[in-house]
Write a protein that binds this ligand. Structure first.
Ligand SMILES: [Fe+2]
Length: 271
């Protein structure tokens, strides 16, 4: 079973669920068969947990808030980590509390298993932005990237992406995009206009392959974490479409999505 198409929800609208260890979780998207999953987890101040043993699914995370020691390493604001399936992440403890965005890979995914993938712990603040120009269709966004992880066998790419403010083309139309791989996004800061409405901090989408999406423009600029199901985003372009500035919120959500997830949201804060 594949993961569902959801584009987009403001995760502020998703309720926290208390877990048995005292942490709280917002489950955003899951494949119930293979266990591929994306969630936000909030560890309370003073949380401490022993090593939970070998992971049955690779775990990839970005610290959204606070700091947490994972396997003995202090991971602060926006630090990134990856533990392959079949390896241990070590214990985790936080003095002041921490909130993590977590991506779990599937239980049967060969590319995120120990041997195929290596454990990573990175402070992205130490990486340089790749500011090489984008293709002409999206040059108006003035994009820069920091690649956090490239999965083996062209399986995935996890990266931070920024676009400068005033990212509007000097024409009233531009093409939309199609990829032959999934894309997934969490908005850390800023805003982006889409045909589904205005993405704000805390917005999330999971978009399977072959979904037509965009055009995208940004008046305020943006900072997001993205995942793609390939090492390099492969795009085919549609005929030009009107720019989506001012589009009302019109999310594409799977059947059974709680009604509260799609409440209009215009507040600040990412989670
Ligand atoms: Fe895309």
């Amino acid at each position: 079973m594949a993961r569902s198409y959801i584009e987009f929800v403001q995760t502020q609208n998703v309720d926290w669920e208390l877990q048995s260890d005292g942490s709280e979780i917002k489950r955003l998207n899951v494949d119930p068969v293979d266990g591929e999953e994306t969630y936000i987890v909030r560890y309370p101040a003073g949380y401490a947990a022993a090593d939970r043993g070998l992971e049955d699914r690779a775990e990839e995370y970005l610290v959204l808030d606070g700091d947490i020691r994972v396997g003995g390493r202090m991971q602060r604001y926006h630090c990134y980590g990856f533990t392959p399936r079949g390896e241990s992440a070590g214990g985790r403890e936080t003095e002041g509390g921490a909130t993590l965005l977590v991506f779990r890979y599937g239980r049967s995914d060969p590319n995120s298993a120990s041997g195929a993938s290596e454990a990573l712990a990175v402070d992205p603040a130490t990486l340089a932005w790749d500011m090489s120009p984008s293709v002409a269709h999206i040059a108006h966004l003035r994009l820069a990237r920091k690649v956090l992880r490239l999965g083996p066998n062209d399986s995935s790419r996890t990266f931070l992406l920024i676009g400068l403010p005033h990212g509007i083309p000097d024409r009233p139309e531009m093409p939309a995009e199609i990829h032959d791989h999934f894309e997934e996004m969490f908005m850390l800061q800023g805003e982006m206009w889409t045909p589904e409405g205005l993405i704000r901090p805390g917005a999330y989408f999971y978009r399977p392959a072959e979904i037509v999406h965009g055009p995208h423009v940004s008046e305020a600029g943006f900072f997001q974490i993205m995942r793609a199901g390939a090492n390099y985003v492969r795009t085919t372009w549609t005929d030009p479409l009107p720019l989506p500035i001012g589009q009302p919120y019109a999310p594409k959500i799977p059947e059974g999505t709680p009604a509260g997830w799609t409440r209009p949201w215009s507040g600040g804060g990412a989670f």
